[in-house]
Write a protein that binds this ligand. Structure first.
Ligand SMILES: [Mg+2]
Length: 267
């Protein structure tokens, strides 16, 4: 097994790995601080579809993990450019937060209200706190009529302090079902976010670790990107989709293993 001490950079998923709802998970702040102190770069690789990297970095800092926006790689931030790269600036019907609409507008796209779905060249679905039947109808009609369909991610859920909230994927699947069209997915497990994370870590993919709680997003995608995969599985009893390079109960255990690996290197 690749020793943890040969890893030159760590990419951490956020929801269910670094935090759950309003609080950090055990060991997160300590592990990130230790890695940084040892000169090992850290990025946060998140499927967030509600907020972009500046808001996420500020949230991390508030909770006790100082972070710069450039240390956060969010599917949110990649989405507007993905649409731009494939289509140029286009009229977009977006289901999502005001932040998502702002990000699309800043990239040069024109945002349409739901009642103008017929003018949409692209439909973008993020996690939409205002999701309702009218928005589902508008988005699915636009996609069925030929608008290109993008989902920020296909995560069914994200963990919060008292359980889970429906994820962007739950809403995107509703649109996909009604429109009978599959979306182009921007976030994990698709390669773009991992490639960006590895580029920001500044080391080869094989020397970079992807640490996350979702087998389908973090482990499958991290493996495909050539990264060392660490599955954080607090008591999960689910069949493995792909064997991770390392499985830990939480970041307390990962920190202990990383410190032990360092001690054995020093001997
Ligand atoms: Mg997660």
């Amino acid at each position: 097994m690749t020793s943890l001490r040969t890893i030159r950079g760590f990419a951490f998923d956020l929801d269910g790995t670094i935090w759950a709802g309003p609080g950090l998970l055990p060991g997160a702040a300590e592990l990130v601080a230790d890695l940084r102190e040892a000169g090992v770069p850290v990025v946060f690789a998140t499927n967030s579809s509600r907020y972009g990297s500046p808001a996420i970095a500020a949230a991390l800092a508030r909770l006790g993990i100082p972070a710069e926006p450039r240390e956060v790689v969010a599917a949110f931030d990649l989405t507007a450019d993905e649409v731009l790269g494939l289509m140029g600036p286009v009229p977009v019907l977006a289901l999502g937060t005001d932040d998502l609409a702002g990000s699309l507008a800043r990239a040069g796209h024109t945002l349409l209200p739901p009642d103008r779905w017929g003018e949409a060249r692209a439909v973008v679905v993020g996690n939409d706190p205002a999701f309702d039947y009218g928005r589902l109808r508008a988005a699915s009609r636009a996609v069925a009529a030929g608008a290109t369909f993008f989902a920020v991610n296909l995560d069914a859920r994200f963990p919060v302090s008292d359980g889970f909230d429906p994820g962007c994927g739950a809403l995107a699947e509703a649109v996909a079902t009604a429109a009978r069209v599959r979306p182009i997915v921007v976030g994990k497990p698709h390669p773009k976010l991992f490639e960006e994370a590895v580029a920001r870590l500044g080391c080869p993919a094989g020397s970079a670790a992807m640490v996350g709680d979702s087998q389908a997003s973090d482990i499958v995608g991290g493996r495909a990107a050539g990264m060392f995969t660490v599955w954080v599985a607090p008591g999960e009893d689910v069949p493995a989709l792909v064997e991770p390079d390392l499985a830990v109960d939480d970041l307390v255990e990962l920190r202990r293993l990383w410190l032990d690996a360092g001690a054995s290197c020093a001997r």
